[in-house]
Design a protein around this ligand. Structure first.
Ligand SMILES: [Zn+2]
Length: 252
């Protein structure tokens, strides 16, 4: 069993061959894919995907990089949407202080009600954090008991420990396959096993050797192999451990 904990399978990059992409991921042994939303418009597509295909786990939310698409009314709509459409998590939400021109105050306005909703409904959150791990942790600390995944984790060992202390899992994907990612590789080698989940972030974050290509969930095997070798374990044990971590969090 192997689960991709973060894949934007609903986006238009997959419109021409989504069923082939899914067939390849199943052939690679991937039994589940968590599909986090980007904006309100994506909720319908993700719900449709989850209805049509086995092993699609939907998360609904408003992504911090797409501020120009979000309206205040979308936050209220999110609460109504998840009442009517079963989901396993809230997200993708978070903070991005890397992309220039994204209004930090507006990001917080969009983030906070989503954390509140997740806490209220006792759902995990799928977090996006770029150059924002510490401010995001400060937001999360306002909601005791809130759990989730920091997707595409790229922080220090100390930051990993702090998030682990809040019961958060760390999503590791394509970036770890690059030999130059020395710090990330060291952190991943030493993380407690119970904190690890694997992801592709497809169609983004291609693996080493596939730069410039569209990423896809079948490539999770490459992430699995790299992380297993960094941790001196087998791919079988790592697949079992990371899937168990994710299934416990999502209650599946
Ligand atoms: Zn994402």
């Amino acid at each position: 069993m192997l689960i991709d904990s973060h894949c934007h399978l609903d986006v238009s990059e997959f419109d021409d061959d989504r069923s082939d992409v899914l067939a390849r991921s199943r052939a690679a042994g991937i039994t589940g894919i968590l599909v986090p939303a980007i904006d309100r418009a994506s909720w319908t597509a993700i719900a449709g995907l989850a209805r049509a295909e086995a092993g699609i786990y939907p998360a609904y939310g408003l992504h911090p990089m797409f501020l120009d698409r979000h309206q205040d009314a979308d936050l209220g709509a999110l609460g109504e949407w998840i009442t009517q459409h079963p989901c396993l998590a809230i997200g993708e939400c978070g903070l991005d202080f890397h992309v220039e021109g994204l209004d930090a105050a507006r990001q917080l306005q969009i983030l906070r009600p989503q954390l509140e909703l997740a806490a209220e409904r006792e759902l995990p959150v799928i977090l996006h954090a770029r150059r924002a791990l510490d401010p995001l942790l400060a937001e999360v600390r306002r909601f005791p008991g809130l759990r989730g995944i920091v997707h595409s984790f790229s922080g220090s060992a100390e930051q990993a420990r702090q998030w682990g202390g809040r019961g958060f899992l760390l999503g590791i994907g394509g970036p770890v396959t690059y030999p130059r990612a020395a710090r990330l590789r060291r952190v991943v080698a030493e993380l407690p096993g119970e904190q690890l989940v694997l992801e592709t972030d497809a169609p983004d974050q291609p693996l080493c050797g596939h730069q410039g290509e569209r990423n896809e969930p079948a490539r999770l095997l490459g992430v699995l192999e790299t992380v297993a070798s960094l941790r001196a374990t087998t791919t079988e044990l790592l697949a079992a451990e990371t899937s168990r971590n994710l299934r416990q969090l999502l209650r599946i």
